[in-house]
Design a protein around this ligand. Structure first.
Ligand SMILES: [Zn+2]
Length: 126
């Protein structure tokens, strides 16, 4: 059996569960266009592929991408979850003004490793 969306709501639920987290999903961002080739085929062929006189080839194509698991549409074969990107937090050194990811907090302010090292050497040399 192939995945089947009897109404718009079941399509929306599926898109929320899988498509919205998939690298293959495209969204123009302005409400004019969104989707992926698999969902497009399901929408185009939904009625050709089910019921009396159904097109066997279309049915098999749709079933290949989104199989049915019991009564639920199973995960799409093309589903590839978007990995969340990690954002690196930079701080700026109060001495040299360079961005640093391993800032050291001192009484003198936020310092990069190089400036913190120079400061320590200067203090030891006193
Ligand atoms: Zn510095």
């Amino acid at each position: 059996m192939m995945g089947y969306f009897p109404n718009g709501t079941s399509g929306d639920v599926y898109q929320e569960e899988y498509c919205s987290r998939c690298v293959n999903w495209r969204d123009s961002g302005d409400g004019r266009g969104f989707g992926c080739p698999i969902i497009d085929l399901h929408l185009l062929w939904n009625y050709d592929a089910v019921g009396v006189g159904a097109n066997k080839t279309k049915h098999e194509a749709l079933a290949h991408f989104i199989p049915i698991d019991g009564i639920n549409n199973a995960r799409c074969l093309m589903f590839q979850e978007v990995k969340p990107t990690t954002t690196i937090q930079y701080k700026y050194c109060s001495r040299c003004d360079n961005p640093t990811i391993d800032a050291i907090e001192k009484i003198e302010g936020v310092l990069c490793a190089a400036c913190a090292s120079k400061l320590e050497k200067a203090l030891l040399a006193r």
